[in-house]
Ligand binder design. Structure first.
Ligand code: CTP
Ligand SMILES: C[C@](O)(CO)[C@H](O)COP(=O)(O)O
Length: 229
């Protein structure tokens, strides 16, 4: 029987956020960002296992994070997000914690405001479809390409057909593992781009503007406000 599995890469250092420790451990609305993210998958109730992938030398997870049933921490994070994902996936498959045909939902630890409606839409739309799929939202702003060296506009770029990728990104474990073999991790900023390289077209499923990624310090107030809603 196929299961839905959440894989949460949480081995980043948060350089753009600029705190003295990784942003997934920053407390917002009463608890760590990563705890909010774990709790939303637990609350959903449709995930058989929730795997949190942290750095081998993580100093915070044991102190800060509660692990409900079905949640486990794996200390196999890598130097890039893609390396963290493939290390986590390899560990889960090699240790028979998951099966090759399970559907893996890779979700940034720092997208802690993912609404249940969007998560359920992804699960219901992608199901166990072979090409997988991701949450994304259509671009709404006018897009400008900058001059190569200066902060001036070179041209306006059509936004027709452009979507902003969010997470979760949902793929069969075996396909995701294959897509992340023999790749330059620095070129892979999301799972879908790796799967696209195999000639597969993942589904675009309408995400939610509240599903923002905590990236810079000035995102924190908005994220805390969303968490309080
Ligand atoms: N080596 C890495 C890098 C990132 N991530 C995770 O990937 C997600 C999205 O990455 P990002 O927002 O870029 O986080 P950081 O890499 O921590 O931030 P920055 O790029 O500003 O350093 C986060 O949950 C982050 O912890 C990871 O697991 N392993
Ligand atoms: C996966 C992602 O969140 C989709 O928008 C994004 O690509 C992560 O990028 P980052 O550079 O690691 O923040």
């Amino acid at each position: 029987m196929m299961n839905y599995i959440a894989l949460i890469p949480a081995a980043g250092v948060g350089s753009r956020f600029g705190a003295s420790y990784p942003k997934q451990y920053v407390e917002l609305a009463g608890q760590a960002v990563l705890q909010h993210t774990i709790d939303l998958f637990v609350k959903n109730g449709r995930l058989a296992h929730i795997a949190v992938i942290v750095s081998p030398d993580d100093e915070w997870v044991d102190e800060v994070i509660r692990l409900p049933e079905n949640v486990a921490v794996y200390r196999v994070g890598g130097k890039s997000r893609a390396e963290t994902v493939v290390n986590g996936l390899n560990y889960l498959i090699n240790h028979k914690i998951i099966q090759a045909d399970d559907m893996i939902l890779v979700h940034d630890a720092v997208r802690c405001c993912l609404p249940q409606t969007a998560l359920n839409r992804l699960l219901d739309t992608v199901g166990n479809r072979a090409q997988g799929g991701i949450l994304a939202i259509p671009v709404v702003d006018t897009l400008k390409r900058a001059e190569h060296r200066e902060s001036v506009i070179a041209k306006t770029v059509s936004r027709a057909g452009l979507w902003q990728a969010q997470t979760p990104q949902m793929f069969q474990a075996a396909l995701l593992q294959k897509s992340l073999q023999n790749v330059d991790f620095s070129e892979i900023t999301d799972e879908a781009s790796a799967v696209e390289r195999l000639g597969i077209a993942p589904l675009l499923v309408e995400g939610d503007s509240r599903n923002i990624k905590l990236t810079r310090a000035d995102d924190a107030d908005y994220v805390a406000w969303l968490l309080g809603q």
